[in-house]
Design a protein around this ligand. Structure first.
Ligand code: UD1
Ligand code: UDP
Length: 372
């Protein structure tokens, strides 16, 4: 029997790894172990509860206002003895967080094979997103299994010289997570508040956007809302205190915005599916909204998800107040521009990524996913 350990620590990793945990647990030939770093405490636990995943190990590393040094040193120190004791056949990590990078580094030091889920996303700008572009490239150096969500991601790895026999195109596991979340009869008090108005869905958290860029993002949103009383914005705020300070300073007294605590992923998908448009700097939301045909203004200078831009659902608008203001206004004032961005498409997967990854790990059987 193969022993496979999944290690993750933040909300988005958990959303994309829990469906895989649950798939692997159904496999007779696999013993599944889960180790969480606890990089996010509350936001991680919320997802674990949703998916009924109980970790075998919890490093519990989160500190308020943690630095990259804190995260790196705490994980490296605490994970060593767990990896040494369990010595898994494969450790699976996800994406590009510090939990991901440090776990892969620890595995490399102990010569434990790493499988990288959501491999091959790139901006090739090491400063954006920061530090994620470094993290995912670094994991790519050591990983033995590379589960690329799209053909483009696989192509990046091939261009970088990875052995093609280690690269598998699986689709993104986030699409698996979305299969059962959106319901026609879904109700929520915030949606009742929006009523017949236009729901504007907002999230923001990127490290490189903290400070002035984030203030500019929020000022632009506020200006547009002031000019459009038909819009009501719901903003489930990230728990980072720096984000909270900026949001309260710029948006706190605006009647058209409800800033609420992080919502469950089930709620988040239902909000996304019903919004008029979304403004975000999130990675995962760029993958989810295209399925619902909801236009997304991506408040970043780069994206590692160009598939959604090519499909027309995502528009990269940077972080300057004037540019966000202009693009947000355009989508409210110009029906044609709005329609152009609002066709549903699914460039990131078909909902069977977890099964593909499990088949590869259990039987060595690989049937690639191809976008239609
Ligand atoms: C992290 C990841 C980023 C990912 C994001 C998803 C790194 C370096 N960054 O960024 O790649 O896109 O998660 O959201 O790995 N906090 C809480 N409770 C929580 C979560 C966070 O209080 O459940 C607060 C803490 O004060 C913490 C701060 O938020 O110190 C920042 O968390 P951290 O994980 O360092 O950075 P994120 O911006 O969340
Ligand atoms: N999400 C959630 N509750 C929230 C905000 C986001 O469940 O209040 C989900 C969202 O659906 C997506 C993921 O969290 O799946 C995105 O996480 P985040 O933006 O924190 O990180 P990123 O994807 O940018 O790494």
């Amino acid at each position: 029997m193969k022993k496979i350990m999944l290690v993750f620590g933040t909300r988005p990793e958990a959303i994309k790894m829990c469906p895989l945990v649950n798939e692997l647990k159904t496999r007779k030939g696999i013993q599944t172990l889960v180790c969480v770093t606890g990089q996010h405490r509350q936001m991680l636990d919320q997802v674990l509860t949703t998916f009924n995943v109980v970790p075998d190990y919890d490093l519990g590393i989160m500190k308020h206002g943690q630095t990259l040094f804190d995260i790196t040193m705490c994980i490296l120190e605490k994970i060593k003895e767990i990896l040494e004791a369990e010595h898994p056949d494969v450790v699976l990590v996800h994406g590009d967080t510090s939990s991901t990078f440090v776990t892969a580094l620890a595995c490399f030091y102990l010569q434990i094979p790493v499988g990288h889920v959501e491999a091959g996303l790139r901006t090739y700008n090491i400063h954006s997103p920061y530090p994620e572009e470094f993290n995912r490239q670094a994991v790519g150096i050591v990983s033995k299994y590379n589960f690329a969500p799209t053909a483009l991601a696989a192509q990046h790895l091939i261009q970088e010289g990875k052995d093609p026999s280690t690269i598998y195109i699986t689709g993104n596991t986030v699409i698996d997570a979305m299969q059962h979340t959106v319901k026609d009869d879904y109700r929520h008090e915030e949606l009742d508040w929006v009523g017949d108005g236009k729901l504007i869905f907002i999230t923001a958290h990127r490290r490189e956007n903290l400070g002035e860029p984030m203030h500019q993002m929020f000022r632009a949103i506020r200006r547009v809302l002031n000019e459009h009383p038909e819009c009501k914005a719901v903003y489930p705020i990230h728990m980072n205190p720096v984000v909270r300070e900026a949001a309260v300073a710029e948006l706190g007294d605006c009647d058209q915005i409800h800033i609420i605590e992080p919502i469950e992923v089930f709620d988040c998908h239902n909000f996304e599916a019903r919004c008029h448009l979304c403004l975000t700097d999130s990675g995962g939301i760029q993958e989810e909204c295209p399925s619902y045909g909801r236009p997304v203004l991506v408040m970043r200078d780069t994206t590692e998800r160009p598939e959604g831009v090519d499909a027309g659902t995502l528009r990269l608008v940077g972080t300057s107040e004037e540019v966000i203001y202009k693009n947000f206004k355009e989508l409210l004032d110009d029906d044609e521009a709005y329609k152009k961005m609002s066709g549903a498409c699914n460039p990131y997967g078909d909902g069977h990524a977890c099964k593909r990854i499990a088949d590869i790990l259990e039987f060595g059987i690989y049937e690639p996913w191809a976008a239609k």
